[in-house]
Write a protein that binds this ligand. Structure first.
Ligand code: ZN
Length: 245
């Protein structure tokens, strides 16, 4: 099986369309989303409609949780909070119900775990090898035989590896998986990259070859930025897209 894994779309329609066009050209078997479909950018309903229309399974992100009203955004920074409150006003009742019903995590085809933040928490950031070590333990407790998880939330592409007692990070575009090791993989963000590279990002996981490949996609950042301003969302949310921060 070949899976395309996307994350943190954040209502960026231009980036989502560009990523899906690239994914379609690669013809994977299944597309999976790691949450934060909405927040920050200006097309929440359109992005949800695309995921629903293509029946792309998704887990819930922290912005989806707040947009659905399951929690308040009072722990968000002011820019994220402003965009979140705007998003709530935009969502159709149907789309709100859709994100409200997203699972916190999902085991896909008994092949890998999909989650947003940590194995056991939507809101925690998985940053660095110490966090990775804790999440490897949680993953092993969760399900026997699952040794690969994909996560989002940080908007930074990375692969963490656990081989025996050692946990380390890999930052390469192609990663060959070794038998007996475990992996935590962040595909980066579709709609708001923060790795100082403004390209939209996703991964392909080829289970037969045992290979992860990272893909970078150009999209019309100027169009997304203009729509953010036209929607009355904070200017900084438009600017940051040009720099990938
Ligand atoms: Zn996010």
């Amino acid at each position: 099986m070949r899976y395309a894994i996307i994350s943190d779309v954040h209502s960026n329609l231009e980036a989502l369309n560009a990523v899906l066009a690239e994914i379609d050209s690669l013809a994977p078997d299944v597309i999976v989303c790691l949450g934060d479909i909405v927040g920050y950018n200006s097309n929440p309903n359109e992005c949800i409609a695309i995921l629903r229309g293509r029946a792309i399974p998704s887990v819930m992100g922290n912005h989806d949780d707040r947009a659905a009203g399951l929690d308040e955004p009072d722990d968000f920074n002011p820019l994220a909070e402003k965009a979140l409150l705007w998003t709530r006003e935009q969502l159709t009742p149907e789309n709100k119900a859709y994100i409200e019903a997203l699972p916190r995590s999902a085991i896909i085809d008994n092949a890998f775990l999909a989650m947003h933040g940590w194995v056991n928490d939507t809101d925690s950031y998985l940053n660095g090898t110490d966090d990775a070590a804790v999440n490897f333990s949680l993953m092993h407790e969760l399900s026997v035989g699952i040794n690969i998880a994909f996560f989002g939330h940080t908007h930074v592409p990375v692969v963490y590896v656990e081989c025996g007692e050692t946990v380390f990070a890999i930052h390469e575009d192609t990663v060959e998986l070794e038998k007996g090791c475990s992996y935590l993989i962040n595909p980066g963000s579709v709609g708001q990259p923060r790795n100082h590279d403004p390209h939209a990002s996703f991964v392909i996981y080829d289970t037969e070859a045992g290979v992860i490949t990272f893909h970078k996609v150009d999209y019309d950042i100027a169009a997304t930025a203009l729509k953010i301003l036209e929607a009355g969302l904070p200017e900084r949310l438009a600017e940051r897209l040009r720099f990938g921060v």
